[in-house]
Design a protein. Structure first.
Lengths: 150, 1018
């Protein structure tokens, strides 16, 4: 689907601390996405509490704010992924979103596999490889996503 | 027309009737009819609309030439169509046909919107309404109203997506329209309008939810189409369900729309400000004629805050805790814009905590920057300092230039700026654990435990990150607070001559002076370098000497600035555990433990993780040996020597004192303990042992005396000492000397057992004294049988019976004779275990007056002077006395006593005389009847039965001569004496005693041994 335009990808730790927040937009300041990522924790917590599941969970649309749609995903280690999209006036397929989240998850798993990475640390992720991977997901064009999804 | 039948024509509300009941009847009666009425109305309008010609073919040109004229222009076909549609919609609404109503309203809306278009799509070629004309404005308000109607209707029929789609449609339509007409999103008018749209929508949504409307959960909503043709999409039961949703079509709770409204309002304000700027620049206000004056009067900030507050309340209702924080920050921002700094600051302070706690530093930085501005504006300088210090933290990503700016600001506030609003000297305490610090503080005691009087080092490490503080930061003082204020330290800054740019700095904080620092009291003081540079590790090593046992804790480390106006404490609370414990490290510098000089300081790893801000102080393990030499068991009463050998195993000379205490279960113990100085008490207090050299021993003998009871006694020996180098010359022991305690258990046994036997003694009648007085003299024979039962040989030097003073002045007791010589000084006998020694005493008891004499008479005490025979080492133990109480003499006092005197050694064939001495103690004469029973052993001469009278207070002798016939042990002739009863009472037998002979029992009688005539061996 070409209608997906990622504005921001945020990785939030299990203590609700930001691990990595990348702003891909040119119109909004970083601060805005920090706020959005932070407020999305509320919705994620609420969703999880109403339907507790042990496995990784795609939480779907968390909320839409102004011209932005916020999607969430929760790993089984309680790490939260938040993707902010600029809203097109069209349906966003869940499968497309799931595929994006899977990619983020893969990047995160690679990061966690690094034995020198402190899993319980509160510091932001600074790994170049991880940043490159997230950048690649963020800059991905619509076609790439559609190819990857059946 | 109404169609009501005659019966139901009138409805009267009687004064006493219930109004609700009345309304119900009214509704019942009218409902069907009104439905019918409006249906007919609708049908009529529908017919009219159908009669209208097609607008496309009519080619009707709107009266566009003179729109300013007030003359009413004929309505266009399009207008009529709109009019009819609106009517039909309203009638449908009246008859509660919501679906139809929505249909007609939407149709009307489409027609109305077309009026705004420059080129109508429905009536080609017709220009739209003139922009900003009264009609244009009216039409627009009408469009807004219809929009809201449609939204509301959709909510009625539970079609949230449709409602939202209508709103979006309305907004996009008018956005497009306005933009083409150049009154679009550049103007405050547009944003005013947009803000209102969202606000009204939020309001009706709020009303709907309060009436039971449920906001759909986005996870259960699915869309297949875009919002433009939402009608043909489906909500939840689509076969494509689960494929995805259109975010724009997801209806959310009113808070979001209030928030949008607030944001639009905020933009509106900015647009107005932009206009004002242009006007100021050009001086031409005419370009913006409409509504500018009115707009200027609007309090935008108040409106924004109101909208945000509404949104805040909604989010609070929907449990969006973090969202409310965001809104609070927006509210704060609005307050800031309204120059309401105190309010803004309040909001910022409230929300900063959460962001700080969860580590959202980008947000926190923005909040801090805003707070800083507010604090400055509102003149709360304490906060300014706090925010500036927190902003120095490396958690905030900013350019070095910005950092330098912040630091300079901070320094200016503290040291330079003359702040007029700052009246007094300000004292600020900033808890660095609560905020993001520019430096991390670690505390380590090297060891987990230490001993009293042992110098104990500790290190405080400050690590600054590589980018902050950007300039060297110089503190005025560094203060360390322990839980025992005696150890508090205070360091002031002393500029270091050499510019120390090394990454690792060691600051020696040992050798502090005890000094009275102004405002801090007596405190350990030193001047050291307190400059903090970026990317460096600064280690302060200090030394304390604990004086008491317990837990010593370094609690708070304070870095401070002191200036004319300020005293700022940056407080690091090190007593709370750190979140991410690190390996314990210790900086090794100066000298190694082996005395080797370290050229480059380096860290060594210590055991464990985290900080060690507290240390356990205990008494040093005593390196002292107490050897005890004594020969148990101890005997009661003896001087029991115990030889103590105290061996000093310390490498140094020590000064020691000894304490000894006997612990007994008995409440009142008479045990005594003493040393050679003979200061006898039941415990020895602090006997000075003087200085004992290293590896030398000190020998001390102490004595204990156990009295009375033969139980186990515990002797507690305590030696207190301290290395003599640490003690001043004062001899008194100070607290917290090292203590060595030794308990020894000593069994005590009695040295002898003594049994006494007292028997009355016969009188020698021959020497009988004249009974010249009423004195009565009795003799008693006392035998003390002393058995040595102890395991030790005992040397006895003397045994003595000391008579007690008589309690009764009418008795007197004397020793007539004794088996041991009374005057002999030394008996000097050695008794072994089991040795029995008998001491005999003949006692004479003189009773001065007979009246009221008690039956028992005190005799006296038997003293045995003795000691152990074996000397203990070369210690000579003195003789001691063990005193035994002699049992009381029991007298059988009677009115009449008969004493039988049996002559010694009767021989066969030799006559002997039995003498009965009868004493009448009463003042009346007594008549005695005597019967003598003869047996085979004797020949008896005299009356077998006789009687005599004993005068009052006189003695009568009755004699019987016996002639022994056979040798051996025989019974004496039985003599019975019967006393006549008073006044004819029955006779009473008088007991006869024979001193020296065994008392006969029952029918038995005294036995004697009759010797044969000749000696057997001859």
């Amino acid at each position: 689907m070409s209608n997906i335009k990622i504005q921001c990808i945020a990785i939030i730790g299990k203590m609700n601390n930001p691990l990595y927040i990348k702003n891909f937009s040119t119109t909004h300041p970083d601060l805005k996405y920090h706020y959005i990522a932070h407020t999305s924790i509320d919705v994620i917590e609420e969703r999880v509490s109403t339907s507790p599941e042990a496995s990784d969970t795609y939480l779907g649309l968390l909320y839409a704010m102004e011209d932005l749609a916020v999607y969430g995903y929760l790993t089984n280690t309680r790490v939260k992924f938040v993707v902010v999209l600029s809203v097109p006036d069209a349906v966003i397929k869940n499968s497309d979103m799931k595929s994006i989240f899977r990619k983020i998850h893969t990047a995160y798993i690679n990061q966690v596999c690094n034995p020198f990475y402190n899993l319980d640390g509160k510091k932001s992720i600074v790994s170049k490889r991880f940043i490159t991977a997230i950048d690649a997901i963020g800059k991905m064009t619509g076609e790439e996503v559609s190819i990857s999804s059946p | 027309m109404s169609g009501l039948d005659a019966r139901n024509c009138f409805f009267v509300l009687l004064p006493d009737r219930d109004i609700s009941e009345f309304v119900t009847t009214l509704q019942k009666g009218l409902y069907e009819h009104s439905l019918k009425y409006y249906r007919e109305h609708g049908n009529r309008v529908k017919r009219k609309r159908n009669k209208l010609p097609s607008p496309a073919t009519a080619g009707y040109v709107r009266p566009s030439s003179d729109y300013h004229s007030s003359a009413p222009a004929p309505l266009s076909i399009q207008g009529w169509m709109f009019r009819y549609d609106y009517k039909m919609a309203t009638f449908a609404e009246f008859r509660q046909d919501i679906d139809a109503s929505i249909h007609y309203y939407e149709s009307a809306y489409t027609l109305l919107v077309d009026f705004f278009a420059p080129q109508s799509a429905i009536t080609p070629g017709a220009p739209g309404l003139q922009i900003r004309s009264k009609r244009w404005n009216d039409a627009r308000i009408l469009a807004d109203c219809i929009n809201i109607k449609i939204c509301k209707m959709n909510l009625y029929i539970d079609a949230p997506s449709a409602a939202l789609a209508q709103l979006n449609k309305h907004i996009t339509t008018f956005k497009r329209l306005c933009n083409t007409l150049e009154i679009g999103d550049d103007t405050f008018e547009y944003w005013t309008w947009l803000s209102n749209q969202y606000r009204v929508f939020a309001d009706i949504l709020d009303i709907a939810t309060r009436s039971g409307f449920i906001i759909p959960d986005p996870t259960t909503v699915f869309h297949t189409t875009s919002s433009a043709d939402y009608r043909f999409g489906s909500s939840s039961n689509s076969p494509m369900a689960g494929s995805g949703i259109n975010p724009t079509m997801v209806l959310q709770h009113p808070g979001f729309y209030f928030h949008l409204a607030a944001q639009c309002n905020s933009v509106r304000r900015k647009k107005l400000l932009a206009v004002e700027k242009i006007i100021q620049a050009s001086g031409d206000a005419l370009k913006f004629p409409s509504g500018l004056e009115a707009e200027r009067k609007v309090d935008h900030s108040a409106l924004t805050i109101e909208l945000l507050t509404k949104s805040y309340e909604q989010f609070k209702k929907y449990k969006g805790g973090r969202m409310t924080l965001y809104l609070a920050s927006e509210i704060a921002g609005a307050h800031y814009e309204a120059e309401n700094y105190v309010m803004a600051l309040k909001f910022y302070e409230r929300i900063a905590k959460k962001y700080r706690k969860e580590g959202w530093h980008t947000i926190l930085e923005s909040i801090l920057n805003c707070s800083l501005k507010c604090a400055k504006e509102s003149g709360t300088w304490d906060n300014v300092v706090e925010y500036l210090i927190e902003l120095l933290s490396d958690r905030f990503h900013m350019s070095e230039q910005k950092r330098i700016e912040i630091q300079n600001k901070l320094m200016n506030v503290i040291f330079k700026t003359e702040i007029s609003s700052l009246v007094n000297f300000r004292q600020v305490v900033i808890d660095m654990n609560e905020i993001n610090s520019f430096s991390t503080c670690y505390v380590q005691f090297k060891e987990p435990a230490t001993f009293i009087a042992t110098p104990t080092p500790f290190q405080i490490t400050f690590i600054t990150p590589s980018d902050t503080p950007p300039l060297p930061l110089q503190f005025t003082y560094l203060q360390l607070s322990f839980n025992d204020s005696n150890f508090n330290h205070y360091f002031t800054h002393k500029p270091n001559d050499e510019s120390d740019d090394t990454k690792l700095q060691c600051v020696n904080c040992k050798e502090c002076l005890r000094k009275d620092v102004d405002g801090e009291g007596y405190i350990w003081f030193k001047s050291v370098d307190l400059t903090f540079r970026k990317g460096s590790t600064k280690v302060f090593e200090g030394l304390i000497i604990p004086k008491e046992s317990g837990d010593l804790q370094l609690q708070i480390i304070t870095l401070g600035f002191l200036s004319e106006n300020w005293k700022i404490d940056l407080r690091f609370d090190v007593s709370t555990p750190r979140e991410e414990p690190l390996k314990r490290k210790w900086l090794q510098f100066e000298t190694m433990s082996n005395g080797e000089q370290v050229e480059q300081p380096f860290f060594i790893n210590l055991e464990g993780t985290g900080d060690r801000a507290s240390i356990k102080v205990t008494q040093k393990q005593a390196k002292l040996d107490i050897k005890v030499n004594h020969s148990a068991p101890a005997l009661l009463d003896e001087h029991y020597p115990i030889q103590l050998t105290i061996l000093n195993l310390e490498p140094e000379d020590i000064k020691a004192v000894l304490k000894a205490e006997l612990i007994s279960d008995l409440q009142e113990s008479e045990d005594v303990i003493f040393d050679s100085n003979l200061n006898t008490t039941n415990h020895l207090k602090e006997v000075d042992l003087g200085v004992i050299s290293s590896n030398e021993s000190y020998v001390k003998t102490i004595y204990i005396i156990g009295k009375k009871t033969t139980n186990l006694r515990t002797l507690r020996l305590t030696v207190l000492y301290s290395t003599s180098s640490l003690i001043p010359s004062t001899p008194t022991p100070i607290q917290n000397w090292i203590e060595k305690r030794e308990d020894i258990r000593i069994p005590f046994i009695a040295p002898f057992s003594v049994s006494f036997n007292i028997s009355p003694q016969g009188e020698e009648f021959g020497n009988a004294r004249e009974i010249s007085s009423l004195d009565r003299i009795e003799r008693h024979f006392l035998v003390a049988k002393i058995t040595s039962i102890g395991p030790w040989d005992i040397c006895v030097s003397g045994i003595e019976l000391s008579l007690l003073d008589q309690a009764n002045a009418q008795t007197k007791i004397e020793i007539i004779s004794s088996s041991i010589e009374l005057d002999s000084e030394s008996l000097e006998q050695v008794w072994r275990q089991g040795y029995i020694f008998n001491v005999n005493y003949l006692l004479e008891l003189t009773i001065l007056n007979d009246a009221s004499l008690s039956e028992s008479v005190d005799i006296g005490l038997l003293d045995i002077k003795w000691r152990r025979n074996q000397p203990f080492g070369n210690i000579s133990v003195p003789f001691i006395e063990t005193t035994m109480m002699v049992p009381q003499l029991q007298r059988h006092d009677s009115e009449l006593s008969v004493i039988l005197d049996i002559p010694p050694n009767p021989i066969v064939g030799q006559i002997f005389t039995l003498t009965f001495k009868i004493i009448n103690w009463t003042s009346a004469p007594v008549r005695i009847r005597v019967t003598v029973e003869v047996n085979d052993a004797f020949v008896f001469s005299g009356y077998k039965q006789t009687y005599f009278i004993v005068s009052p207070l006189s003695t009568y002798y009755f004699k019987a001569n016996c002639f022994p016939l056979a040798p051996g042990k025989v019974k004496l002739p039985r003599v019975k004496m019967m006393k006549a009863g008073d006044n004819g009472a029955a006779e009473q037998e008088v007991p006869i005693t024979a001193p020296g002979f065994k008392e006969p029992v029952e029918d038995e009688w005294y036995m004697v041994f009759i010797k044969p005539k000749k000696e057997i061996n001859e």
